[in-house]
Design a protein around this ligand. Structure first.
Ligand SMILES: Nc1ncnc2c1ncn2[C@@H]1O[C@H](COP(=O)(O)OP(=O)(O)O)[C@@H](O)[C@H]1O
Ligand SMILES: O=C(O)C1=C[C@@H](OP(=O)(O)O)[C@@H](O)[C@H](O)C1
Ligand SMILES: [Mg+2]
Length: 170
């Protein structure tokens, strides 16, 4: 893990960033933060409320500000799926850690998440899930230091595989 002490998880909603992040933080004895929680605490509103009161572009803008300013040494950082729209935010997070892309197929994501409509994805209302998926794959790959293919892995298997990959970098 070289000099970059934190681990930053990126990927689509449902990829497992939040759940795997906590497990990884325990395994590595690091602190944990979910940037969705940082956003909510700063705004005093849920992500759903922010989007309902404004729109998805405003949520992305707030997210960009939060992750661009965040100082999170020795943390596992679980981002929201839309974090990769902020070049400044991703540059800041990358400077502090190794970026891990949790890569899941669209079919696997659909199996895991049944409430994509109410979950509050930061996308234009008319954009389809498949179109968003394709658009984002490019961004996730661009920022990834490590890619973990998650299809068919349960949480423990994903954690074990990720630990192997991180050890290989150390
Ligand atoms: N490897 C996995 N296998 C099966 N289900 C998973 C896996 N990772 C996450 N999940 C489930 O998928 C859902 C979304 O996970 P979550 O951690 O909230 O994803 P994200 O933060 O990337 O949106 C949760 O119900 C979680 O338990
Ligand atoms: O991908 C997205 O557009 C979003 C993902 C969510 O986080 P998770 O990726 O943790 O579900 C949350 O940040 C917000 O609802 C927008
Ligand atoms: Mg999450």
């Amino acid at each position: 893990m070289k000099k970059r002490k934190s681990i930053v998880l990126i990927g689509m909603p449902g990829a497992g960033k939040s759940t795997l992040g906590v497990l990884l933080a325990k395994e590595l004895a690091l602190d944990f933060v979910d940037t969705d929680v940082l956003i909510q605490a700063r705004e005093g509103k849920t992500l759903q409320e922010i989007m309902a009161e404004s729109d998805y572009l405003n949520l992305r803008a707030i997210e960009g500000e939060v992750i661009a300013a965040a100082q999170l040494p020795k943390h596992v950082v679980s981002t929201g799926g839309s974090a990769v729209y902020s070049a400044e935010g991703m540059a800041n997070l990358r400077a502090q850690g190794t970026v891990v892309f949790l890569e899941c197929s669209a079919d696997e994501l659909r199996r895991r998440i049944h409430n994509y409509e109410s979950r509050g994805i930061a996308k234009a209302p008319e954009q389809s899930f498949d179109s968003l998926f394709e658009e984002r794959q490019i961004l996730y790959r661009k920022y990834a230091d490590i890619t973990l293919r998650c299809d068919g892995l349960n949480l423990q298997q994903a954690l074990d595989r990720l630990m192997q990959k991180l050890r290989a970098l150390a």
